[in-house]
Design a protein around this ligand. Structure first.
Ligand SMILES: [Zn+2]
Length: 308
């Protein structure tokens, strides 16, 4: 802990003016109410260093010369006096990384407030950019969150019908001791039916290595397992429909379609025989549609091309 507020080096007047403008005249600390104002009506705000340019100062980083650090406009954050004192006196709780995130988050909120709500087109464009950047991300939670935040990217597996998307849904199956219970990744509701969606990762393999028999390749454990999983959830949803509909009166279930989103055909680079086996397997599935991530995002790109 230190109370050193690094008064030795000052930010240039131009850099400060620019920072106040970019911050929309508001403190960057999340949830900070409208700042107190001075007698002239201007908000009472201060410039804080993200990494102090002075040895011994809060979050001092010896990455550059002191003069450069003092002038670096991306090394400063706009805060009210209360939050400036808080982050500088508790610099261990507010390291450089946290302050950078705070600054970025605030600038994003200011931009959104200026631009108004983002259009579906800009959201899909952003979803495509994230896909290109993150397609190797192996975290199922990451992709769950990705689609929860961008439900419009799932319009293709949901056949473009209007729906409301519920994330991590309980679809029945608990015992009387409240144990067990089936939790589906996404349940899409529309006025006439629902649809079930299980999300795996793009890095999940679609086939097992090596031929099962000459020219015949078996689906991976992840692929066959996720198909059984979504069918189990559908079975549970239908069997417990009466009790589930009590808490969700909008729920309808008319042979609800099931989709598994898994794998990346472009990255898996199958041979001709492997691809043939994969297509034979998924086309023979009566009640589950298997969609790969690259297919989904190719669809998103086609939609964007069509409307641009
Ligand atoms: Zn504040």
């Amino acid at each position: 802990m230190t109370t050193n507020r690094t008064r030795h080096l000052r930010v240039s007047r131009a850099a400060a003016r620019e920072a106040f403008a970019l911050a929309g005249g508001r403190c960057s600390f999340p949830g900070c109410p409208t700042p107190r104002t001075l007698d002239n009506g201007l908000p009472l705000l201060e410039i804080a260093y993200i990494a102090s340019p002075v040895p011994g100062g809060p979050r001092y980083l010896n990455i550059t010369s002191s003069r450069d650090a003092a002038d670096q406009s991306d090394n400063i954050i706009v805060l009210c006096p209360t939050h400036h004192a808080l982050v500088d006196s508790n610099w261990e709780a507010y390291p450089v990384k946290i302050l950078r995130q705070m600054r970025e988050g605030h600038l994003e909120r200011v931009n959104q407030a200026l631009d108004g709500p983002r259009t579906a087109t800009s959201r899909l464009t952003e979803a495509l950019e994230v896909w290109e950047r993150e397609r190797c991300n192996t975290s199922e939670e990451y992709w769950q969150k990705f689609f929860a935040e961008r439900p419009e990217a799932l319009a293709i597996p949901l056949e473009g019908k209007a729906y409301s998307l519920l994330s991590k849904c309980y679809v029945g199956g608990k015992t009387v001791t409240n144990a067990g219970g089936n939790v589906l990744d996404f349940l899409a509701l529309n006025s006439g039916n629902c649809a079930l969606l299980e999300i795996k990762t793009p890095s999940a393999r679609l086939l097992t290595n090596g031929a099962y028999r000459t020219n015949a390749f078996a689906p991976s454990r992840e692929l066959s397992g996720s198909c059984v999983q979504v069918l189990t959830y559908r079975d549970s949803l239908i069997r417990h429909f009466t009790s589930l509909a009590v808490s969700t009166p909008d729920l309808r279930a008319v042979s609800p379609p099931c989709t598994v989103l898994i794998g990346d055909l472009e990255s898996e680079k199958m041979s001709g025989n492997e691809r043939h086996s994969f297509e034979l397997f998924r086309s023979a599935l009566k009640d589950v549609r298997v969609l790969t991530y690259d297919e989904l995002f190719t669809g998103v790109r086609m939609v964007l091309d069509a409307i641009s």
